[in-house]
Design a protein around this ligand. Sequence first.
Ligand SMILES: Cc1cc2nc3c(=O)[nH]c(=O)nc-3n(C[C@H](O)[C@H](O)[C@H](O)COP(=O)(O)OP(=O)(O)OC[C@H]3O[C@@H](n4cnc5c(N)ncnc54)[C@H](O)[C@@H]3O)c2cc1C
Length: 404
Amino acid sequence: MTLEADVIIAGGGSAGLAAALASARGGARTLLLERQTKLGGMGTNALVHTFCGLFHPDVSLPWAWLNAGIPVEIGQAMMERTGQSAPDLMGKVYVLRQHPSLYAQIADELCAAESNLTILTGSEWTDLHRDGNRWQLDIMTRGAKRQLKGKALVDTTGDATGARLLNPEWCQQTESARLYRPAYICAFHGMTGTHDDGWRLQIGAMIVRAIRDGKLPPEAMGAGFRDSPFAGETFLTVDLEAGQGEWDPFDPVKRARVEREGREVALALWSFLRAEHADFKNCPPPMLPTKAGIRETARYIGDYVITGDDLGLSRRFEDEVALAGWPMEKRENARGPKFRFFDEPKPGGIPARCLFRQDVPGLYFAGRCLSADHEALASLRVMGTCMATGEAAGKLAVDFASRC
Ligand SMILES: Cc1cc2nc3c(=O)[nH]c(=O)nc-3n(C[C@H](O)[C@H](O)[C@H](O)COP(=O)(O)OP(=O)(O)OC[C@H]3O[C@@H](n4cnc5c(N)ncnc54)[C@H](O)[C@@H]3O)c2cc1C
């Protein structure tokens, strides 16, 4: 069975959701393909719980949205549903706490309002071909093979899947030892007390002592807590070394190890803290994510590869389609981030040329797999920026499809 559309969006995370909405609203018959059952990508399935990159980087000014359009629409919907009237100021950045369940709900509602948009969840993109002037994608849904055909294709899988299927020369990958590390996030419920920086330091010191005394595994060193917008709920993030130089996010055996290790550490922390700290005493076992959070895999080489220096200098481009404002948050080990802030608190431009290759007409890419170097990715991969590049790629794809 073949499904036809003007525009196919592959991958329903922050970038794919925005691309699909932009495409459908632009009048194109749009198919959005997603392997999981929820839209939202890492923001729902991996329980990533803050929207970064939504705001202007100058925190000496009152907070302001950075990119108009779908990022604001999603950000505002999240603020309304979580009861937040403003983002949090965390050091030198504004951040919006988001709730993964509400993100899935917002995504569903926004998509349901678009009559041009068809959602295909639980479906894996497995192959890519060119059929005349159409893209043909093979997909698998519970063992059944199907084809999708479209005039334009937007790859928002985060993994540069299209390039890896059709021509690996279109994509780049950082060496294992420097790949941004994966992390495992889960949600603790029934928490009591207030959880400020002093509390986080106290918990950190307890964890260090427990590792030294053999009561917790060494991997618990990468643990950090951040409160949800809802009372009694706290998210635990455990950054994992994942074998450092051995880490390969495309190796299923290594992926399985990361999932197992994440669960083991999260549940060891739950048992330990429940016994040792009053704030955790009433916590049932934590809610686990659908999958571990993967920060970096492969990305495209487009007509322009945006660099860390471009962002550091807040460079602007004639063909820019979105703005970046989040600092380069490099996580090459599990010992916390190393930040490179922009030299001045001014946004940098993201050129349209980072979202396509002129020698491959009708193929666009956005989100975590856009064309950037390793350092620039540390800024551009955050969800607010992924929404903005996704929206831009969706618009480019509609324009292309309308000319076919
Ligand atoms: C541990 C961790 C913490 C983070 N913290 C933050 C934070 O605090 N704030 C922030 O803004 N960002 C944060 N990020 C970054 C951010 O979550 C991601 O970079 C962002 O979600 C990328 O969006 P995306 O749409 O490009 O990709 P994703 O969110 O990864 O979505 C890609 C989608 O494509 C689907 N897909 C992939 N391959 C296929 C296929 N073959 N067939 C069908 N579907 C497919 C996937 O299932 C997924 O839903 C964090 C990331 C991690 C891992």
